[in-house]
Design a protein. Structure first.
Length: 411
């Protein structure tokens, strides 16, 4: 992707200071298209519309892997939207370096983001060369195992309390005609599931040695071999899922057709929309019931440089609105994520969300792979695990060898 060659087309655009703006339309692109996600993003649109401006929804179906190339192509091609979702981390790094994205430091300073955003590394992930380029809106943690209480009741086994118990319950679920583990066909799902297994079963230090230190020797070693054995168990348990999208896999758990799913806390929005109650209809195990850690990954909005002065002013209003306390509560309660502000009241949170808040309060957090790996390295990893989960003939040993090569060349 030669982003820098496209930068000149937009160099005349300048970021404007925060100030009073006339009402204007602002196109916002994102990949929140499931039922729970749509309900959550509607809260952002409602809050922005209340400022007198108009949120023009630019939803792109197919999750981030499909949406991001489209978003990037528009920005580099000279047709930027007003704002766009990315995961906070390194996904927009090249766009920023090419001078195509707006510096939000003026907004962040005026709104005291450094004082209210917690943990602080969320804002660090938005910062390049000392300037802030994105507005984080939530903390989404991947590290959850979601279980259907009805499925385990039908299978005649207790709801598991950890990953090992879940694997042990697999045969009983299969005998009852239930897919033990739902994993959709999108590459990021299998890759993310592996990362969750690595953090939960190998621990924080090993996770960081692999993804932060890029230690290929550790990636090729015995600790990670155990994780590939667990991934092989997950692969076998997921056979027969036969769905593509993550929310379709979540629906299998909601309807009791699957026993569980390794998925981020955004799955809560789907359970909520289906009228299911945490602790009664479904069970959540942070860290797979093994390692109570959550990642500080999540979503942020970036703002391409625009030539239209009024739309540039509206960008600043939107950035401010996204971190407004009321917006943070309304959005995150429906999204299933945790707020980035440490000073908001989430008394209405369900049992699973409260577990996440408790883990966050204890400081049991790690940076996630979006923050630690470049977009290119992430894509290589996703391709590997998409093949591993779909191709039963690929051995764990062969997959680990390729994984170690990816880590060794990662940036």
């Amino acid at each position: 992707m030669n982003i820098r060659l496209m930068a000149a087309a937009l160099c005349a655009s300048v970021a404007l200071p925060l100030g009073a703006a006339q009402a204007t339309d602002l196109e916002v692109t994102h990949w929140w298209t499931s039922g729970g996600e749509a309900a959550a993003v509607a809260e952002l649109a409602k809050a922005f519309d209340a400022t007198g401006n108009k949120w023009v929804d630019g939803a792109i179906a197919g999750s981030g892997g499909t949406a991001r190339p489209i978003m990037i192509s528009r920005i580099t091609g000279g047709d930027p939207m007003g704002a766009t979702q990315f995961n906070h981390g390194r996904q927009a790094e090249e766009l920023v370096q090419a001078g195509l994205m707006r510096d939000l430091t003026d907004v962040a300073t005026a709104e005291h983001w450094k004082d209210i955003v917690r943990p602080s590394n969320l804002l660090d992930s938005c910062t390049i060369d000392g300037k802030i380029y994105c507005a984080p809106v939530n903390i989404h943690s991947w590290q959850w195992l979601w279980l259907s209480n009805a499925a385990f009741k039908k299978a005649g086994v207790e709801v598991p309390k950890n990953w090992d118990e879940f694997v042990a319950a697999g045969p009983a679920l299969e005998k009852a005609g239930i897919v033990p583990l739902a994993v959709g066909g999108q590459a990021w799902q299998s890759s993310g599931a592996f990362d969750v297994l690595l953090l939960a079963l190998a621990g924080n230090d090993t996770f960081y040695k692999v993804y932060k230190d890029k230690d290929a020797e550790v990636a090729a070693g015995p600790e990670i071999a155990k994780i590939f054995k667990a991934a092989d168990d997950a692969r076998k348990m997921s056979k027969g899922t036969n769905v593509q999208d993550w929310n379709q896999a979540t629906n299998l758990v909601i309807t009791g057709k699957a026993g569980g799913q390794i998925m981020g806390d955004w799955a809560q929005g789907e359970f909520q929309l289906a009228g299911q109650k945490a602790g009664t209809d479904y069970t959540c195990l942070p860290g797979l019931g093994v390692n109570d850690m959550i990642a500080t990954g999540g979503d942020a909005f970036y703002f391409p440089l625009l030539k239209d002065e009024e739309k540039s002013k509206a960008q600043a209003v939107l950035a401010k609105t996204l971190l407004d306390p009321k917006t943070q509560v309304a959005f995150n309660l429906k999204k299933g994520s945790l707020p980035v502000r440490g000073d908001v009241d989430l008394g209405a949170a369900n049992d699973c969300m409260k577990k996440g808040l408790d883990i966050l309060a204890k400081g049991n957090v790690v940076e996630w792979t979006d923050q630690l790996l470049s977009a290119d390295s992430q894509k290589q990893k996703e391709d590997l695990f998409a093949e591993f989960f779909s191709n039963a003939s690929m051995t764990p040993e062969d997959a680990q060898k390729r994984f170690a090569e990816i880590i060794g060349s990662a940036d």
